[in-house]
Design a protein around this ligand. Structure first.
Ligand SMILES: Cc1ncc(COP(=O)(O)O)c(C=O)c1O
Length: 398
Protein backbone atom coordinates (compact mmCIF):
# COMPACT_ATOMS: atom_id res chain seq x y z
CA UNK A 1 0.00 0.00 0.00
CA UNK A 2 1.29 3.45 -0.89
CA UNK A 3 1.77 5.78 2.07
CA UNK A 4 0.70 8.79 -0.02
CA UNK A 5 -2.30 10.45 1.64
CA UNK A 6 -5.47 9.99 -0.40
CA UNK A 7 -6.79 13.45 0.51
CA UNK A 8 -5.25 16.80 -0.37
CA UNK A 9 -3.25 18.91 2.06
CA UNK A 10 -5.72 21.74 1.55
CA UNK A 11 -8.60 19.69 2.99
CA UNK A 12 -6.51 18.78 6.02
CA UNK A 13 -6.33 22.44 7.08
CA UNK A 14 -9.90 22.58 8.39
CA UNK A 15 -12.52 20.37 9.98
CA UNK A 16 -16.20 19.80 9.26
CA UNK A 17 -18.68 22.45 10.32
CA UNK A 18 -19.55 22.27 14.05
CA UNK A 19 -22.84 24.05 13.37
CA UNK A 20 -24.12 21.26 11.16
CA UNK A 21 -22.98 18.74 13.80
CA UNK A 22 -25.09 20.49 16.49
CA UNK A 23 -28.10 20.40 14.15
CA UNK A 24 -27.59 16.67 13.68
CA UNK A 25 -27.51 16.05 17.47
CA UNK A 26 -30.52 18.33 17.99
CA UNK A 27 -32.49 16.31 15.42
CA UNK A 28 -31.50 13.02 17.02
CA UNK A 29 -32.58 14.17 20.51
CA UNK A 30 -35.63 16.22 19.50
CA UNK A 31 -34.22 19.41 21.09
CA UNK A 32 -35.53 22.84 20.06
CA UNK A 33 -32.98 23.87 17.46
CA UNK A 34 -31.67 27.40 17.94
CA UNK A 35 -28.29 26.48 16.44
CA UNK A 36 -28.21 26.83 12.66
CA UNK A 37 -29.29 30.13 11.10
CA UNK A 38 -32.15 28.81 9.03
CA UNK A 39 -35.72 30.08 9.41
CA UNK A 40 -38.38 27.53 10.41
CA UNK A 41 -41.17 29.72 8.97
CA UNK A 42 -42.50 30.16 5.43
CA UNK A 43 -40.95 32.27 2.71
CA UNK A 44 -43.17 35.14 1.43
CA UNK A 45 -46.10 33.83 -0.62
CA UNK A 46 -45.41 36.22 -3.54
CA UNK A 47 -41.82 34.98 -3.82
CA UNK A 48 -42.88 31.31 -3.77
CA UNK A 49 -45.55 32.03 -6.40
CA UNK A 50 -42.96 33.72 -8.63
CA UNK A 51 -40.78 30.58 -8.45
CA UNK A 52 -43.69 28.26 -9.32
CA UNK A 53 -44.62 30.54 -12.22
CA UNK A 54 -41.04 30.56 -13.52
CA UNK A 55 -40.93 26.76 -13.55
CA UNK A 56 -44.31 26.61 -15.33
CA UNK A 57 -43.10 29.19 -17.86
CA UNK A 58 -40.15 26.89 -18.51
CA UNK A 59 -37.19 28.80 -17.19
CA UNK A 60 -35.71 25.36 -16.66
CA UNK A 61 -32.44 25.28 -18.59
CA UNK A 62 -29.02 26.77 -17.88
CA UNK A 63 -29.20 30.53 -17.55
CA UNK A 64 -26.43 32.93 -18.60
CA UNK A 65 -23.67 31.76 -16.29
CA UNK A 66 -23.27 35.05 -14.36
CA UNK A 67 -27.01 35.59 -13.85
CA UNK A 68 -30.26 36.10 -15.77
CA UNK A 69 -30.84 39.59 -17.22
CA UNK A 70 -33.99 40.00 -15.10
CA UNK A 71 -32.17 39.27 -11.86
CA UNK A 72 -29.14 41.40 -12.71
CA UNK A 73 -31.44 44.32 -13.62
CA UNK A 74 -33.29 43.84 -10.32
CA UNK A 75 -29.99 43.78 -8.38
CA UNK A 76 -28.87 46.96 -10.11
CA UNK A 77 -32.18 48.71 -9.31
CA UNK A 78 -32.02 47.44 -5.74
CA UNK A 79 -28.56 48.96 -5.10
CA UNK A 80 -29.67 52.26 -6.64
CA UNK A 81 -32.88 52.35 -4.61
CA UNK A 82 -31.38 51.52 -1.24
CA UNK A 83 -27.83 52.88 -1.39
CA UNK A 84 -27.57 55.22 -4.40
CA UNK A 85 -24.96 52.85 -5.87
CA UNK A 86 -24.48 52.75 -9.66
CA UNK A 87 -24.23 49.08 -10.58
CA UNK A 88 -24.07 48.13 -14.26
CA UNK A 89 -25.90 44.80 -14.79
CA UNK A 90 -23.54 43.99 -17.69
CA UNK A 91 -20.24 44.84 -16.02
CA UNK A 92 -20.53 44.69 -12.23
CA UNK A 93 -22.61 41.66 -11.22
CA UNK A 94 -22.05 37.92 -10.78
CA UNK A 95 -24.94 35.80 -9.51
CA UNK A 96 -23.71 32.70 -7.66
CA UNK A 97 -25.08 29.79 -5.62
CA UNK A 98 -25.45 31.79 -2.42
CA UNK A 99 -23.18 34.29 -0.69
CA UNK A 100 -21.19 31.16 0.18
CA UNK A 101 -20.12 30.61 -3.42
CA UNK A 102 -19.69 34.38 -3.92
CA UNK A 103 -17.10 34.45 -1.12
CA UNK A 104 -15.01 31.51 -2.30
CA UNK A 105 -15.26 32.51 -5.98
CA UNK A 106 -14.14 36.04 -5.03
CA UNK A 107 -11.17 34.89 -2.95
CA UNK A 108 -10.14 32.48 -5.72
CA UNK A 109 -10.44 35.33 -8.21
CA UNK A 110 -8.25 37.78 -6.25
CA UNK A 111 -5.78 35.78 -4.11
CA UNK A 112 -2.40 34.24 -4.90
CA UNK A 113 -0.43 31.85 -2.67
CA UNK A 114 1.33 33.86 0.03
CA UNK A 115 -1.35 36.57 0.18
CA UNK A 116 -2.98 37.41 3.49
CA UNK A 117 -6.66 38.04 4.08
CA UNK A 118 -7.65 39.96 7.23
CA UNK A 119 -10.58 38.34 9.04
CA UNK A 120 -12.28 39.61 12.19
CA UNK A 121 -12.60 37.01 14.95
CA UNK A 122 -15.11 35.71 15.93
CA UNK A 123 -16.04 34.93 12.32
CA UNK A 124 -18.59 33.15 10.19
CA UNK A 125 -16.87 29.79 9.92
CA UNK A 126 -16.46 29.73 6.12
CA UNK A 127 -13.91 32.53 5.83
CA UNK A 128 -10.90 30.52 7.09
CA UNK A 129 -11.46 27.54 4.74
CA UNK A 130 -12.31 29.92 1.87
CA UNK A 131 -8.97 31.70 2.35
CA UNK A 132 -6.99 28.45 2.48
CA UNK A 133 -8.77 26.98 -0.52
CA UNK A 134 -7.81 30.10 -2.48
CA UNK A 135 -4.15 29.74 -1.41
CA UNK A 136 -4.20 32.69 1.02
CA UNK A 137 -3.53 32.81 4.77
CA UNK A 138 -6.03 34.33 7.21
CA UNK A 139 -4.70 37.14 9.41
CA UNK A 140 -6.90 37.46 12.48
CA UNK A 141 -8.01 40.74 14.10
CA UNK A 142 -9.98 40.45 17.34
CA UNK A 143 -13.47 41.74 18.04
CA UNK A 144 -13.96 41.82 21.82
CA UNK A 145 -16.91 42.73 24.03
CA UNK A 146 -16.45 46.44 24.75
CA UNK A 147 -18.58 48.98 26.67
CA UNK A 148 -20.71 51.41 24.61
CA UNK A 149 -21.42 55.07 25.46
CA UNK A 150 -25.00 54.14 26.39
CA UNK A 151 -23.88 51.58 28.98
CA UNK A 152 -24.31 48.50 26.75
CA UNK A 153 -21.82 46.07 25.24
CA UNK A 154 -20.69 45.80 21.64
CA UNK A 155 -18.03 43.67 19.93
CA UNK A 156 -15.39 46.09 18.67
CA UNK A 157 -11.81 45.90 17.35
CA UNK A 158 -8.77 47.74 18.65
CA UNK A 159 -7.84 50.28 15.92
CA UNK A 160 -4.11 49.75 16.56
CA UNK A 161 -4.43 45.99 16.15
CA UNK A 162 -6.18 46.58 12.82
CA UNK A 163 -3.52 49.08 11.67
CA UNK A 164 -0.77 46.55 12.50
CA UNK A 165 -2.57 43.77 10.61
CA UNK A 166 -2.16 45.59 7.27
CA UNK A 167 1.22 44.63 5.80
CA UNK A 168 2.76 44.18 2.32
CA UNK A 169 1.24 40.68 2.02
CA UNK A 170 -2.32 41.86 2.73
CA UNK A 171 -4.51 41.34 -0.33
CA UNK A 172 -7.97 41.79 1.16
CA UNK A 173 -10.03 42.31 4.29
CA UNK A 174 -13.35 40.56 4.84
CA UNK A 175 -15.96 42.83 6.43
CA UNK A 176 -19.15 41.11 7.58
CA UNK A 177 -21.75 43.61 8.75
CA UNK A 178 -24.26 43.03 10.33
CA UNK A 179 -21.97 40.45 11.87
CA UNK A 180 -22.49 36.76 12.53
CA UNK A 181 -22.11 35.62 15.34
CA UNK A 182 -21.86 38.81 17.47
CA UNK A 183 -24.67 40.90 15.93
CA UNK A 184 -22.25 43.84 15.68
CA UNK A 185 -23.06 46.50 13.08
CA UNK A 186 -19.81 48.20 12.16
CA UNK A 187 -20.04 51.92 12.97
CA UNK A 188 -19.35 54.73 10.54
CA UNK A 189 -16.05 55.37 12.38
CA UNK A 190 -14.99 51.71 12.15
CA UNK A 191 -15.88 51.55 8.46
CA UNK A 192 -14.05 54.79 7.74
CA UNK A 193 -10.88 53.47 9.38
CA UNK A 194 -11.12 50.20 7.40
CA UNK A 195 -11.65 52.19 4.18
CA UNK A 196 -8.74 54.52 4.96
CA UNK A 197 -6.41 51.56 5.57
CA UNK A 198 -7.57 49.79 2.39
CA UNK A 199 -6.87 52.91 0.30
CA UNK A 200 -3.53 53.56 2.01
CA UNK A 201 -2.27 49.98 1.61
CA UNK A 202 -3.94 49.27 -1.76
CA UNK A 203 -6.03 46.45 -0.27
CA UNK A 204 -9.40 45.10 -1.50
CA UNK A 205 -12.47 44.91 0.75
CA UNK A 206 -14.63 41.82 0.40
CA UNK A 207 -17.89 42.32 2.23
CA UNK A 208 -20.52 39.93 3.48
CA UNK A 209 -23.74 41.93 3.78
CA UNK A 210 -26.15 38.99 3.84
CA UNK A 211 -27.95 40.45 6.93
CA UNK A 212 -28.17 44.01 5.49
CA UNK A 213 -31.95 44.22 6.05
CA UNK A 214 -31.96 42.74 9.56
CA UNK A 215 -30.79 45.66 11.65
CA UNK A 216 -32.22 47.26 14.80
CA UNK A 217 -32.83 50.50 16.71
CA UNK A 218 -32.91 52.75 13.64
CA UNK A 219 -29.36 51.84 12.61
CA UNK A 220 -28.58 52.18 8.91
CA UNK A 221 -26.68 49.62 6.90
CA UNK A 222 -23.71 51.26 5.14
CA UNK A 223 -22.14 49.31 2.27
CA UNK A 224 -18.40 49.97 2.50
CA UNK A 225 -18.39 50.39 -1.31
CA UNK A 226 -20.15 53.77 -0.79
CA UNK A 227 -17.26 55.21 1.25
CA UNK A 228 -14.73 57.53 -0.45
CA UNK A 229 -12.19 55.64 -2.54
CA UNK A 230 -13.88 52.26 -2.01
CA UNK A 231 -16.15 51.73 -5.06
CA UNK A 232 -13.22 50.53 -7.17
CA UNK A 233 -11.71 48.29 -4.47
CA UNK A 234 -14.77 46.58 -2.97
CA UNK A 235 -16.46 43.31 -3.77
CA UNK A 236 -19.92 43.63 -2.18
CA UNK A 237 -21.53 40.27 -1.45
CA UNK A 238 -25.14 39.67 -0.48
CA UNK A 239 -27.99 37.37 -1.36
CA UNK A 240 -31.57 36.26 -0.90
CA UNK A 241 -31.20 33.61 1.82
CA UNK A 242 -31.81 35.78 4.88
CA UNK A 243 -33.81 38.72 3.50
CA UNK A 244 -36.45 36.45 1.95
CA UNK A 245 -36.11 33.38 4.22
CA UNK A 246 -35.05 31.12 1.34
CA UNK A 247 -31.73 29.66 2.55
CA UNK A 248 -32.34 26.55 0.43
CA UNK A 249 -32.61 28.47 -2.85
CA UNK A 250 -28.87 29.20 -2.98
CA UNK A 251 -28.94 32.63 -4.55
CA UNK A 252 -26.27 35.23 -3.88
CA UNK A 253 -24.56 37.99 -5.81
CA UNK A 254 -21.25 39.85 -6.02
CA UNK A 255 -21.04 43.48 -7.08
CA UNK A 256 -17.51 44.43 -8.13
CA UNK A 257 -15.42 46.56 -10.50
CA UNK A 258 -15.40 45.17 -14.09
CA UNK A 259 -11.93 43.51 -14.00
CA UNK A 260 -12.70 41.69 -10.76
CA UNK A 261 -16.23 40.85 -11.97
CA UNK A 262 -14.70 39.14 -15.01
CA UNK A 263 -12.30 37.12 -12.86
CA UNK A 264 -15.12 36.03 -10.50
CA UNK A 265 -17.29 35.08 -13.51
CA UNK A 266 -14.54 32.76 -14.75
CA UNK A 267 -14.17 31.01 -11.39
CA UNK A 268 -17.94 30.78 -10.94
CA UNK A 269 -18.39 29.32 -14.43
CA UNK A 270 -16.08 26.42 -13.65
CA UNK A 271 -17.28 25.92 -10.06
CA UNK A 272 -21.03 25.71 -10.60
CA UNK A 273 -21.91 27.04 -14.11
CA UNK A 274 -24.84 28.92 -12.68
CA UNK A 275 -27.46 29.37 -9.99
CA UNK A 276 -30.92 27.76 -10.43
CA UNK A 277 -32.63 29.51 -13.34
CA UNK A 278 -36.31 29.58 -12.19
CA UNK A 279 -35.28 30.76 -8.73
CA UNK A 280 -33.30 33.60 -10.29
CA UNK A 281 -36.50 34.76 -11.99
CA UNK A 282 -38.29 34.63 -8.64
CA UNK A 283 -35.32 36.43 -7.04
CA UNK A 284 -35.95 39.37 -9.36
CA UNK A 285 -39.55 39.55 -8.12
CA UNK A 286 -38.34 39.34 -4.51
CA UNK A 287 -35.84 42.21 -4.82
CA UNK A 288 -38.51 44.38 -6.42
CA UNK A 289 -40.84 44.04 -3.40
CA UNK A 290 -41.96 47.30 -1.77
CA UNK A 291 -40.35 48.94 1.25
CA UNK A 292 -43.16 47.60 3.46
CA UNK A 293 -41.80 44.09 3.09
CA UNK A 294 -38.34 45.09 4.30
CA UNK A 295 -39.77 47.15 7.20
CA UNK A 296 -41.95 44.19 8.20
CA UNK A 297 -38.97 41.82 8.22
CA UNK A 298 -37.04 44.19 10.44
CA UNK A 299 -39.82 44.64 12.98
CA UNK A 300 -40.60 40.91 13.06
CA UNK A 301 -36.96 40.13 13.92
CA UNK A 302 -36.83 42.99 16.42
CA UNK A 303 -39.71 41.43 18.33
CA UNK A 304 -37.98 38.02 18.34
CA UNK A 305 -34.70 39.59 19.46
CA UNK A 306 -36.29 41.33 22.45
CA UNK A 307 -38.20 38.20 23.45
CA UNK A 308 -35.13 35.95 23.44
CA UNK A 309 -32.89 38.53 25.11
CA UNK A 310 -35.30 38.75 28.03
CA UNK A 311 -35.56 34.95 28.32
CA UNK A 312 -31.78 34.51 28.27
CA UNK A 313 -31.23 37.13 30.97
CA UNK A 314 -33.89 35.51 33.17
CA UNK A 315 -32.32 32.09 32.56
CA UNK A 316 -28.96 33.30 33.92
CA UNK A 317 -27.01 34.05 30.72
CA UNK A 318 -25.19 37.34 30.02
CA UNK A 319 -26.27 37.93 26.38
CA UNK A 320 -24.93 40.65 24.05
CA UNK A 321 -27.80 42.67 22.59
CA UNK A 322 -27.39 42.28 18.80
CA UNK A 323 -27.38 45.44 16.65
CA UNK A 324 -28.20 43.42 13.54
CA UNK A 325 -28.51 39.85 12.12
CA UNK A 326 -30.45 37.19 14.06
CA UNK A 327 -28.07 35.69 16.60
CA UNK A 328 -27.33 36.28 20.26
CA UNK A 329 -23.88 35.52 21.68
CA UNK A 330 -24.50 34.66 25.32
CA UNK A 331 -21.91 34.29 28.06
CA UNK A 332 -22.91 31.23 30.12
CA UNK A 333 -20.22 31.61 32.85
CA UNK A 334 -22.79 31.99 35.64
CA UNK A 335 -24.40 28.67 34.63
CA UNK A 336 -21.25 26.51 34.60
CA UNK A 337 -21.71 23.25 36.47
CA UNK A 338 -17.98 22.91 37.09
CA UNK A 339 -15.34 25.68 36.99
CA UNK A 340 -13.80 24.20 33.83
CA UNK A 341 -16.96 23.39 31.91
CA UNK A 342 -16.26 24.60 28.36
CA UNK A 343 -18.68 25.72 25.66
CA UNK A 344 -18.86 22.36 23.86
CA UNK A 345 -19.61 20.45 27.10
CA UNK A 346 -22.11 23.12 28.15
CA UNK A 347 -23.74 23.13 24.69
CA UNK A 348 -24.15 19.33 24.74
CA UNK A 349 -25.60 19.52 28.28
CA UNK A 350 -28.04 22.19 27.12
CA UNK A 351 -29.22 19.89 24.32
CA UNK A 352 -29.48 16.74 26.41
CA UNK A 353 -30.71 18.07 29.79
CA UNK A 354 -32.62 21.24 28.85
CA UNK A 355 -33.59 20.37 25.26
CA UNK A 356 -32.27 23.47 23.47
CA UNK A 357 -29.54 23.39 20.80
CA UNK A 358 -27.07 26.25 20.35
CA UNK A 359 -23.66 26.59 18.70
CA UNK A 360 -20.60 26.46 21.02
CA UNK A 361 -18.82 29.84 20.89
CA UNK A 362 -15.40 28.32 20.19
CA UNK A 363 -16.48 27.33 16.67
CA UNK A 364 -16.27 31.02 15.69
CA UNK A 365 -12.73 31.54 16.99
CA UNK A 366 -9.30 30.70 15.65
CA UNK A 367 -8.06 30.64 19.25
CA UNK A 368 -10.85 28.40 20.52
CA UNK A 369 -10.25 29.31 24.17
CA UNK A 370 -11.51 32.83 23.43
CA UNK A 371 -14.96 31.44 22.69
CA UNK A 372 -15.16 29.02 25.57
CA UNK A 373 -17.53 31.20 27.70
CA UNK A 374 -20.09 31.62 24.92
CA UNK A 375 -22.87 29.85 23.10
CA UNK A 376 -24.73 31.35 20.12
CA UNK A 377 -28.53 31.30 19.90
CA UNK A 378 -30.29 31.81 16.51
CA UNK A 379 -33.75 33.41 16.68
CA UNK A 380 -34.85 33.15 13.03
CA UNK A 381 -37.65 30.94 14.34
CA UNK A 382 -41.44 30.97 14.67
CA UNK A 383 -42.75 32.55 17.89
CA UNK A 384 -43.98 29.07 18.96
CA UNK A 385 -40.45 27.68 18.58
CA UNK A 386 -38.98 30.53 20.66
CA UNK A 387 -41.75 30.05 23.24
CA UNK A 388 -40.96 26.32 23.48
CA UNK A 389 -37.26 27.13 23.97
CA UNK A 390 -38.18 29.75 26.61
CA UNK A 391 -40.21 27.22 28.59
CA UNK A 392 -37.30 24.81 28.62
CA UNK A 393 -34.70 27.44 29.49
CA UNK A 394 -36.82 28.95 32.30
CA UNK A 395 -38.06 25.67 33.78
CA UNK A 396 -37.65 25.84 37.55
CA UNK A 397 -36.66 29.56 37.46
CA UNK A 398 -40.06 30.72 38.76
C1 LIG B 1 -22.31 35.77 7.59
C2 LIG B 1 -22.91 34.78 6.66
N1 LIG B 1 -22.56 34.80 5.37
C3 LIG B 1 -23.08 33.93 4.49
C4 LIG B 1 -24.00 32.97 4.88
C5 LIG B 1 -24.54 32.00 3.87
O1 LIG B 1 -25.23 32.70 2.88
P1 LIG B 1 -25.85 31.93 1.63
O2 LIG B 1 -27.01 31.13 2.10
O3 LIG B 1 -26.27 33.04 0.70
O4 LIG B 1 -24.79 31.08 1.05
C6 LIG B 1 -24.39 32.90 6.22
C7 LIG B 1 -25.33 31.85 6.68
O5 LIG B 1 -25.56 31.62 7.83
C8 LIG B 1 -23.84 33.84 7.13
O6 LIG B 1 -24.18 33.82 8.42
Amino acid sequence: MSSIARTSIRTQQFTESVIREMTRVARATGAVNLSQGLPDFSAPEAVKEAAVRAIREDYNQYAITWGTPNLRNAISGHYKRWYEMDVDPEKNIVVCCGATECMIATLMAICNPGDEVIIFEPFYENYGPDSWLSGATPHIVTLAPSPTASGGVTWAFDPDELRKAFNPKTKAIIVNTPHNPTGHVFTQAEMSLIAELCVHHNVLAVTDEIYEFIIYDNRQHIPIATLPGMADRTITISGLSKTFSVTGWRLGYCVAPPDITNAIRKVHDFLTVGAPHPLQEAGAAALNMGRDYFAGLRSEYDHKRLFLLDVLKRAGFAPTDPEGAYYIMADFSALRRTPNEDDVTFGMRLIKEVGVATVPGSSFFWDRSRGSNFVRFAYCKRDETLQAAAEKLLKGKG
